[in-house]
Ligand binder design. Structure first.
Ligand SMILES: Cc1ncc(COP(=O)(O)O)c(C=O)c1O
Length: 439
């Protein structure tokens, strides 16, 4: 056995993993740099998914590593309850400056799931303190993914993530998702069919009354649900309906934030401004866990009433604004700016689009969809158990030196924004080769 391998895999209950199958044939990774991981047996593995849609600037960036090391040696930790350190404020200011319009207030958390919980709680509290405590209904969307906390799985729409966990949050509804192979298969960028699906929010308004609905949360691009790109006009229509009925619009930009679509955010890319946004992942290039809920002036101002000695929001985390994460975040934003990475993603996106759409005639492919540096390649399950082909793809691609993600039988590609054209060829070429070997 390779000496780099751990000798006992049993104690670690791995997240979102088929533990028994994995431990029979583990995929162990020991290092990463730039576009490549290194497996325990010393092979380079091209990162086709930015880790988990998070290492946008590529792995082990020296500037970020140094910032974390220096921070750990100078101020390792400080509670952020009624105390502050400079870098948390600096990072909040830098993030606010990157956000569209009036999204100027940054509440730090440690993960995407926590940012979603934070956003949902702020939405409910906002209506409550504004004299509308009856606005309690939260609306999500089928196939939506908003993390693994109870808030996120309640508004989320991926069935296995919800099914064994009891009643979840009360007063939650879901819009239909925008996935439709008859109408939209093989769309490049935003599909032209489907704007009318946004109108189902009006159906909920008619059913429950607008004055009972607190907020709608959607991912501008549904990632974990299978890379679903919003139809032309769809997000704009959601914005119109929310504005008309006083419903807060939350964009979950945990995967779309920081350049995935060739702009800072999907909000910027599509020109649609939400009332709150959740970000994480690319905020620190995943080098230290951190997320943030970014809130509009109007919402934050509503909380700044009452006696000054009373906390405005009874919410927070021990590690909110953690010094190491703040240092990593600042260094990450510097890297994005220095290398102009969001513009780079935008300029290489057409090459990526052509490359992934060339997979169309390979076996089992029933749809390819893409936007920015994200693509979904959907396979038919054939007469296999749903998800079996997807898993076979994942395993065989790893063996062939490429890391992909799968949701069921949908392959997701979302490489770091530093990817070069020859590496796009390597990524897509490997996927093409493995497709030919599937049963
Ligand atoms: C859109 C979206 N929201 C929330 C999350 C949850 O983030 P985390 O795993 O950091 O809690 C994810 C994770 O993939 C995500 O894709």
């Amino acid at each position: 056995m390779d000496t780099a391998l751990p000798n006992d895999l049993s104690a670690y209950w791995m997240p979102f993993t088929g533990n028994r199958l994995f431990k029979k044939d583990p995929r162990i990774v020991v290092a990463a740099e730039g576009m490549y991981y290194t497996s325990a047996d010393g092979r380079p593995i091209l990162d086709g998914t930015s880790g988990l849609w998070c290492v946008n600037a590529g792995h082990s960036r020296p500037e970020i590593v140094t910032a974390i090391q220096e921070q750990a040696a100078s101020l390792d930790y400080l509670p952020s309850y009624a105390l502050g350190h400079p870098k948390a404020f600096e990072l909040a200011n830098r993030v606010a400056a990157l956000m569209p319009g009036s999204l100027n207030h940054v509440f730090f958390a440690n993960s995407g799931s926590e940012t979603v919980d934070t956003a949902l709680k702020i939405a409910l509290a906002y209506h409550s303190i504004s004299g509308h405590p009856e606005r309690r209904r939260l609306v999500g969307r089928s196939r939506g993914f908003h993390g693994a906390g109870f808030g996120g799985i309640s508004v989320g729409g991926i069935t296995p993530n919800r099914k064994h966990f009891g009643a979840l949050l009360p007063e939650v509804s879901h819009l239909p998702d925008t996935h439709n192979l008859e109408e939209n298969a093989f769309s490049r960028g935003q599909p032209s069919w489907g704007v009318h699906l946004a109108d189902s929010l009006e159906t909920l308004v008619a059913l429950y009354g607008a004055d009972t609905i607190a907020a709608l949360i959607v991912e501008p691009i549904a990632g974990a649900g299978g890379v679903l790109v919003p139809p032309v006009g769809y997000l704009e229509r959601l914005r119109e309906i929310c504005t008309a009925y006083g419903i807060l619009l939350i964009f979950d930009e945990v995967i779309t934030g920081f350049g995935r679509l060739g702009a800072v955010t999907a909000a910027e890319k599509f020109g649609v401004e939400p009332d709150m946004m959740t970000i994480a992942k690319g905020l620190t290039n995943a080098a230290v866990p951190m997320g943030a809920t970014v809130v509009s002036d109007q919402i934050q101002t509503a909380f700044m009433n009452g006696p000054e000695n009373v906390m405005e929001l009874f919410h927070g985390y021990t590690y909110s604004g953690h010094p190491l994460a703040a240092a990593a975040g600042l260094a990450t934003l510097d890297v994005y700016a220095k290398d102009d990475l969001f513009a780079r993603a935008d300029s290489i996106a057409p090459y990526f689009e052509d490359a992934v759409h060339a997979l169309k005639d390979h076996p089992h492919v029933i749809d390819i969809r893409n936007i920015g540096l994200a693509a979904g390649i959907e396979l038919s399950a054939g007469d296999h158990t749903p998800g079996a082909r997807g898993h076979e793809m994942l395993v065989k691609c790893f063996e062939a030196g490429v890391m992909i993600r799968v949701t069921g039988d949908i392959i997701a590609l979302a490489p770091p924004l530093i990817i070069e054209k020859n590496q796009i060829d390597e990524l897509v070429g490997t996927v093409a080769g493995v497709l030919e070997t599937l049963s």
